[in-house]
Design a binder for this molecule. Structure first.
Ligand SMILES: NC(=O)C1=CN([C@@H]2O[C@H](COP(=O)(O)OP(=O)(O)OC[C@H]3O[C@@H](n4cnc5c(N)ncnc54)[C@H](O)[C@@H]3O)[C@@H](O)[C@H]2O)C=CC1
Ligand SMILES: CC(C)=CCC[C@@H](C)[C@H]1CC[C@H]2C3=C(CC[C@]12C)[C@@]1(C)CCC(=O)C[C@@H]1CC3
Length: 345
């Protein structure tokens, strides 16, 4: 009689494991004694204890081979928000997530932890100490947010204790840290082009920025607490540094740490937002003829000029979450990790 091998609880797969967050997660999982299968469209490193599977999230067969004997799956694959490509976001975040859920069920995976985003409730207006029960954005500010909402719904609705398939969504906000391809590089590029002289609005808006190791910690706590009798099944959890900071103070600290001047001159928020919207429309209309990517997109301007910080009380209560690295130490470690982006380098 054929016996079905029960997947080892220390064998997991990280979908999107070649990316910024994914790789930090893989490293921590290895430290904690897990063996890891990485599934990604690209391979960006090699590590002992990691098996790489290169493939597209929409490819069921490729996913199945990466999930052999795996009991726990982390899903942190997504196109970069800056790509602004509707079809790509729909294909990867919605169709790909659907394919992944089907593959998990077929492969007998027991737990799925999704990296969602706190931005699923953000509509470009202030969010102060937002909790997880805020409604999803009715008018999402970009395709990235729109498809992250659908992705989170798919994963949470798939939670089924009868089938032995448990899901949870982690909603981080403004992840930063060593090897981040987005926040610091975009900021430095803007500074080098002389575009970081201005503060959008009065500069007092509070925002969450979350050091990557805290985000990883939240994911692992969620995975290890995800059991049929736990209150976390089918729920979402904000994971932040729990230290809201003025957006422009954070940007200034990173810029000054890397040897650039801090922004000084104020511009009215509505004026900059209107200009960003106009530029975005122009780029859309002219796309068949010329391609240009404005630095100040409507999404970035909205993020730079409004309050958006979130309560992580639910994660503290249900996951026992507490940030492991303070904002000050996180910024210090991040700045040190980018010698090539220093002024004059
Ligand atoms: N960076 C941030 O501030 C925040 C990120 N998130 C979420 O965290 C997750 C990870 O983001 P990052 O590490 O920052 O991005 P990243 O771009 O560094 O990593 C994403 C990974 O997904 C892979 N990927 C993309 N399309 C794929 C496909 N079709 N099939 C297989 N792999 C594919 C990419 O190759 C990449 O390695 C994403 O789900 C993102 O939405 C949520 C909140 C904030
Ligand atoms: C105004 C300006 C050009 C600032 C440069 C920094 C920005 C590139 C980042 C500031 C806040 C960041 C952020 C994200 C991406 C990078 C920033 C816009 C996300 C959109 C990444 C994906 C998410 O899920 C939410 C993030 C919110 C904060």
């Amino acid at each position: 009689m054929a016996t079905r091998v029960r997947p080892s609880s220390k064998r997991c797969a990280v979908i999107g494991g070649s990316g910024f967050l994914g790789r930090h997660l893989v490293e921590k999982l290895l430290d904690r004694g897990y063996s890891v299968s990485v599934f990604d469209i690209r391979q960006s490193y090699e590590l002992p204890g990691v098996t790489f599977h290169q493939g597209d999230l929409c490819d069921n067969q490729a996913l199945l081979s990466a999930m052999k004997d795996v009991s726990l799956v982390f899903h942190c694959a997504s196109p970069a928000p800056a790509s602004d490509d509707r079809k790509l976001f729909e294909r990867v975040n919605i169709q790909g997530t659907h394919t992944l859920i089907e593959a998990c069920l077929e492969a007998g995976v027991q737990k799925l932890v999704l990296t969602s985003s706190a931005s699923v409730v953000f509509e470009g207006k202030d969010v102060k100490n937002g909790r997880e029960d805020l409604p999803y954005a009715k008018k999402p500010i970009d395709y990235y947010t729109e498809t992250k909402i659908e992705q989170e719904k798919l994963v949470l609705e798939a939670c089924d204790k009868e089938k032995g398939f448990l899901t949870v969504a982690i909603r981080p906000h403004g992840i930063f840290g060593p090897r981040d391809p987005q926040l610091v590089p975009i900021l430095v590029d803007a500074a080098r082009r002389g575009k970081m002289k201005f503060i959008i609005g009065d500069g007092t808006n509070l925002v969450d920025f979350t050091f990557v190791e805290n985000v990883v910690h939240g994911h692992i706590l969620a995975a290890e607490r995800l059991r049929p009798d736990s209150p976390i099944c089918g729920k979402s959890y904000h994971i932040t540094n729990d230290e809201p900071v003025r957006f422009w103070d954070f940007m200034s600290e990173v810029l000054v740490g890397l040897g650039y001047a801090a922004p000084r001159y104020h511009l009215p928020y509505t004026l900059v937002y209107g200009l960003a919207l106009l530029l975005w429309l122009l780029a859309l209309i002219l796309r068949p003829l010329v391609s240009f990517k404005p630095t100040f997109t409507p999404m970035r301007v909205a993020l730079a000029g409004t309050h958006h910080y979130y309560s992580c009380d639910r994660a503290k209560r249900d996951l026992g979450y507490k940030p492991v690295v303070s904002l000050k130490d996180g910024i210090e470690r991040t700045v040190q990790s980018y010698p090539h982006l220093r002024q004059g380098a």
